[in-house]
Design a protein around this ligand. Structure first.
Ligand code: ZN
Length: 398
């Protein structure tokens, strides 16, 4: 079982530490979105320096390129990407069900690669196998995204997600047993066995160095009765933690999280999938019992020149920044704000320099990671309500 220590509780909110085979995550924490095993425009060194504790890659994107076998051969996601810290993979369900010509059956989803048209089929079993090869510390169960937001479609998707969860758990357990068997085999055959090839050695190392953990994914859209049903179903399963999926807007999120997280067992970690572009999502998420978050929003906005400040977002391409020699944000100790001015960033964006995207991404990712770190701090010293009010009033002033 994935080890999770809760240091402090306040209502549903909690401060804790998730102990993964690749290191600890102090929660609440924002996890960097490394969809294709890279955070767009940032190196892993930059991610470490800006204070990121963990990354989340996407199974759908990685099976299309470079393929899960190659990542296994390279020693797993942490080794391949040189992140060397805690890692998560999302199952890819969300991306697959968003494809235009996906065919869904009870068995799984058939789709064509958006890169070269190659045909793929992903099932709960194949998603688990691919995630094991990719080798992240935490895997998400393969879930079914509803085809519309209607109650009936949400219910169908939720029920199938539950049936698929059972198949994911069975396959995860099989792989867990297999990896333990492989380790035993390796131990037994050490003296007389011919030396392992490089790829065999890496595959064995991958399996032997760590356990891998599975989160169930709670569905149910905006319907609280479905959310409650899904949380109840997932809560009873032998999994290491929970992803909360299918949340797209902060409207009603507090009530939904209150429902879900009051049902889920307290002692297991919870990840709010794909939320964190808006700071309010992170405050609400933490307040109502979520431990980790991920979102591509902060770096995506950065690449468009939209930068966080404590007074709200600014668009650095705006003419008013042409002669502005202040940093993007006063008192920000990121690499960008410590060394460069708004005028310089404005110039880099206007001339379409690659560095513009790098510096902007460093700042935005740093801003969100540290906002969550400060939420953690405020929960620890009982100032969360004050911090939330002060932050949100200033940030969303209009
Ligand atoms: Zn900054």
């Amino acid at each position: 079982m994935l080890k999770f220590d809760i240091e402090k509780k306040n209502g549903l909110a909690r401060v804790g530490v998730i102990h993964t085979p690749h290191g600890d995550i102090k929660t609440p924490a924002f996890v960097g979105a490394a969809t294709r095993a890279t955070v767009k425009a940032l190196t892993m060194k930059e991610m470490r320096e800006l204070g990121s504790q963990a990354i989340l890659a996407n199974t759908y994107h990685l099976i299309l390129a470079p393929g899960s076998d190659l990542i296994a051969e390279a020693g797993g996601l942490a080794e391949f990407s040189s992140w060397h810290g805690p890692t998560f993979t999302d199952s890819g369900g969300f991306q697959i069900f968003s494809l235009p010509d996906v065919k869904i059956t009870e068995n799984g989803a058939k789709f064509k690669s958006h890169i070269n048209g190659d045909k793929f089929e992903m099932t709960p079993e194949s998603s688990m196998q691919d995630q094991w090869k990719i080798g992240a510390d935490v895997h998400m169960a393969f879930d079914h995204l509803a085809k519309s937001e209607s109650y009936d479609d949400m219910k169908i998707a939720m029920e199938r997600t539950h049936r698929w969860l059972d198949r994911c758990i069975a396959e995860h357990k099989r792989l867990l047993g297999e990896s333990k068997g492989q380790n035993a085999f390796l131990e037994d055959h050490k003296p007389g066995r011919a030396p392992l090839s490089v790829s065999e050695k890496k595959a064995f190392d991958l399996y032997s160095c760590q356990e891998q953990y599975l989160y169930a994914v709670v569905q149910g859209g905006t319907f609280n009765d479905l959310r409650a049903e899904s949380a109840q179903y997932c809560a009873g399963k032998d999994v290491d933690g929970f992803g909360i999926g299918g949340v797209f807007t902060a409207d009603g999120m507090d009530e939904m999280l209150q429902t879900v997280n009051s049902i889920l067992p307290e002692e297991k970690p919870r990840h709010l999938l794909g939320m964190g572009q808006e700071p309010i999502d992170l405050f609400v998420g933490a307040e109502y019992g979520c431990d980790t978050f991920d979102c591509v929003g902060p770096t995506r906005m950065a690449r468009n020149g939209s930068l966080y400040t404590l007074d709200g977002r600014i668009n650095i391409k705006n003419a008013k920044f042409k002669h502005d020699y202040s940093p993007v944000m006063e008192d920000c100790d990121c690499e960008c704000c410590k060394n460069y001015t708004r005028a310089y960033l404005h110039h880099l964006f206007k001339t379409d320099e690659i560095t513009a995207k790098v510096l902007a991404s460093i700042h935005n990712e740093h801003f969100i990671v540290h906002t969550v770190d400060k939420i953690r701090e405020s929960l620890l010293n009982d100032t969360f309500s004050e911090y939330k009010k002060e932050f949100l009033t200033r940030y969303y002033h209009d």
